[in-house]
Design a protein around this ligand. Structure first.
Ligand SMILES: O=C[C@H](O)COP(=O)(O)O
Length: 239
């Protein structure tokens, strides 16, 4: 079984929090966030931070903390070879790939650049029409066919509408079932807001991914520890 293959089934979703710099990464790690994702939100939904930030976080954060790097959109991701081998994930978006064949070509290129120890996360967008990319279902199936074991759904346009505004309850439930059948671990992200009780749906993600709702002044603002704690409390009380 590959090192990144799913092995454990969680009942309560874990928490992925996107951070922009070393200070935020340390705060998230100290709060016990399960996956600390390094991103530059000013560069888009999956905006890549500079490789110096990846290196600085890798050198600073407790080695037990799992790290993820946002690489930008797959069509433009060109620094994958600089993701430190200590990272646990790298994710690239599908925007601008109008076909699965196009997207899988980019996945192949990026994986050939990543250290062998860093698995690629397949990303889908709930607002796929605006991102000019394949349907979430097609990306999930392609991930399975390409031996990718992680899938994340996000929003491409950050206009306040969340993944739950774009996809119906039935569709999310079906995506959840498809992830289960294909043995893929998945992350529900995309402008989620605690006030909307986002997990009161028939879906059971392995992780919830956040940026805007745990920041002051939105996703390009700064991480706020008390907001992360509120989400942790919410997730603890789900089951
Ligand atoms: O990977 C997760 C994203 O960083 C979520 O960001 P967002 O909550 O601002 O949409």
């Amino acid at each position: 079984m590959p090192a990144d293959a799913p092995t454990v089934s969680t009942t309560t979703p874990g928490l992925l929090v996107s951070v922009t710099n070393v200070d935020e990464a340390v705060i998230a790690a100290e709060l016990g966030v399960d996956i600390v994702d390094i991103k530059n939100p000013q560069r888009g939904a999956l905006g890549a931070a500079d490789p110096e930030v990846w290196r600085a976080v890798a050198a600073t954060v407790d080695p037990a903390v799992r790290l993820s790097a946002a690489l930008g959109e797959a069509i433009e991701a060109d620094h994958a070879d600089q993701v430190p081998a200590r990272f646990d994930f790298a994710k690239a978006g599908p925007a601008g790939c109008s076909t699965i064949a196009d997207l899988t070509d980019h996945w192949q290129r990026i994986r050939s650049q990543l250290a062998a120890s860093v698995p690629l996360v397949a990303v889908a967008y709930a607002d796929y029409q605006q991102a000019n990319c394949p349907l979430p279902e097609a990306i999930l199936e392609a991930a399975s066919a390409n031996d990718i074991h992680w899938w994340l759904i996000d929003t491409f346009v950050k206009d306040g509408r969340s993944t739950l505004d774009h996809l119906t309850r039935d569709r999310l439930r079906d995506l959840n079932a498809l992830a289960g059948r294909t043995n893929i671990r998945w992350v529900l992200a995309g402008s989620l807001r605690l006030e909307n009780n986002p997990l009161e749906r028939d879906c059971d993600p392995h992780y919830v991914g956040l940026r805007g709702d745990v920041c002051q002044h939105g996703r390009t603002g700064t991480l706020v520890a008390s907001r992360v704690k509120r989400w942790q409390q919410y997730l603890r009380e789900l089951k």
